[in-house]
Ligand binder design. Structure first.
Ligand SMILES: C[S@@+](CC[C@H](N)C(=O)[O-])C[C@H]1O[C@@H](n2cnc3c(N)ncnc32)[C@H](O)[C@@H]1O
Length: 207
């Protein structure tokens, strides 16, 4: 007998599908569903995947961009290599200047898509967890501001908290369209939401 979590996982249709279809994580279906709805990633795009381990979103992005595109996966944890030659991995904390510098060197210009499925390590103290989540979200938006090309797209996981509305209002000034959504494969009991920003306009300082 496994734990309750293991039992639930075995029954989860997305977990089973991910195993059968060779995706590294059930999260792959979240990106597939988001992309089907909002057309975030296109062929030949340069995509930066923040919080990429074990690599499920990167696999989906690689399928979308094809051989002409580039996908860069960044994570605190080791990401096992993928067979595609246009996949690059960076191990480290993307909130740091050092890792952001590495991302820029790897892409060698601008990116068409910034995506983040990163979750902060939660400690169970509500205020602290909310602050960590806000820090992570702000770091993702900061990176998008630095590397997204005009008309580029952003997709990121967020947890609703005190700064949520302010963050959305800020994004609405930077993107032509901003949508918040919860894909069907995101567990109902999880408070995660996804924000999609389509058509990056320009950087607005101090917003
Ligand atoms: C839910 S997992 C991502 C799953 C991934 N999208 C997939 O499909 O396989 C979240 C990841 O975010 C990473 N993460 C959280 N904070 C990070 C940070 N500051 N820098 C880099 N990675 C981070 C964690 O290490 C974790 O691997």
């Amino acid at each position: 007998m496994g734990s309750k979590w293991q039992m639930e996982r075995k029954k989860d249709p997305y977990y089973k599908r991910a195993k059968a279809e060779d995706y590294r994580s059930r999260a792959s279906y979240k990106l597939k569903q988001l992309d089907k709805k909002y057309k975030i990633i296109k062929q030949s795009n340069t995509v930066v995947d923040l919080g990429a381990a074990p690599g499920g979103w990167s696999q989906v992005a690689l399928e979308k961009v094809g051989e002409e595109g580039i996908v860069v996966g960044v994570d605190l944890n080791h990401i096992r290599t993928l067979p595609e030659e246009n996949y690059f991995r960076i191990k480290g904390d993307f909130t740091t200047q050092e890792v952001q510098g590495k991302i820029m060197r790897v892409i060698g210009g601008k990116a068409k898509v910034v995506m983040s499925d990163a979750s902060p390590e939660l400690c169970g103290i509500k205020n602290l967890d909310q602050l960590r989540s806000i820090d992570l979200t702000n770091a993702v938006i900061g990176i998008a501001d630095n590397i997204l090309e005009q008309k580029g797209n952003l997709v990121m996981k967020v947890f609703q908290g005190p700064e949520y509305k302010k963050m959305l209002d800020g994004l609405k000034k930077k993107f032509r369209q901003v949508k918040t959504t919860k894909p069907p494969s995101s567990r109902k009991k999880s408070s995660e939401m996804y924000v999609v920003g389509l058509g990056y306009k320009h950087r607005i300082k101090n917003k």
